[in-house]
Ligand binder design. Structure first.
Ligand code: SF4
Length: 247
């Protein structure tokens, strides 16, 4: 499939060629090409939340490119279980280059000294503690990898494996876009990977502790996030900022 001609003036000149190079590759082949020694996409970082569905992508990265930069945004509000799971997975998988990044204390003191922002303006809180932090962490990267899957939500149902993050001017890859929950489970079981400690308590999607609740039967897997608000995404994956071939 040829990418749609959406805002092509903002696309890199080699977008179509690179898009075609990745088309048809399985996930391992896809990641092997992204991290090929000649760096066809420049410096690429992997962004992970060490959530309930993070292990498969990280296992593949550990297999294909164990020294790839893996970026974890520590908002200061994570569950202790998530931080413990991060340490366990890093050890288990042998990831060599995990970087925990977060808001600097001075900016927090200036913008949200009482740390209540998530209660009355979660968009501003995510912007401060996630989006700006990621923007800074990716400043020397040419692309980034996310673990998003299409089945996760209505908003994510249109993602492609290869996208252009026009807001940041970087490649964006979603290697697991077309994986199902069954695919993930099978892989995770075959590889005997540890599960997030909160998964068995109904936390199908785990974010910051004040903004995450368990999911009830029949609910969307992200229904437990920002339950008191209309908010559906943290802002790292703004649909309007991404050029997707299949949209
Ligand atoms: S998920 Fe909640 S606590 Fe975390 S950055 Fe967003 S609003 Fe703030």
């Amino acid at each position: 499939m040829q990418p749609e001609r959406l805002e092509t003036h903002r696309l890199p000149a080699d977008f179509n060629r690179q898009y075609q190079a990745l088309a048809g590759l399985d996930t391992r082949g896809f990641l092997s090409w992204v991290f090929a020694p000649h760096k066809p996409f420049g410096e690429v970082g992997v962004v992970t939340s060490f959530g309930t569905e993070s292990a498969v992508l990280l296992h593949l990265i550990a297999d294909v490119a164990p020294a790839a930069p893996v970026i974890f945004i520590d908002t200061g509000f994570h569950f202790d279980e998530t931080l413990a799971y991060r340490d366990e997975l890093v050890r288990h998988l042998g990831l060599l280059n995990v970087r925990t990044v977060g808001l600097d204390p001075l900016s927090e003191k200036r913008s949200d000294p009482a740390r209540y922002l998530h209660l009355n303006d979660p968009d501003a809180c995510c912007q401060l503690r996630k989006v700006k932090v990621l923007d800074h962490a990716l400043r020397h990267h040419d692309g980034w990898i996310s673990g998003q899957k299409r089945y996760q939500s209505h908003e994510r149902s249109v993602i492609d494996r290869v996208e252009w993050d026009s807001a940041r001017g970087k490649w964006k890859f979603n290697p697991l876009a077309d994986w199902s929950t069954a695919d993930l489970l099978t892989y995770q079981t075959q590889q005997q990977m540890p599960a997030h400690p909160l998964a068995s308590a109904g936390y199908l999607s785990v974010g910051c502790s004040p903004c995450t609740t368990p999911v009830m039967a029949g609910e969307d897997m992200r229904a437990g996030r920002w339950r008191q608000h209309e908010k559906r995404e943290c802002g790292l994956h703004r649909t309007a900022d991404v050029i997707v071939a299949a949209r």
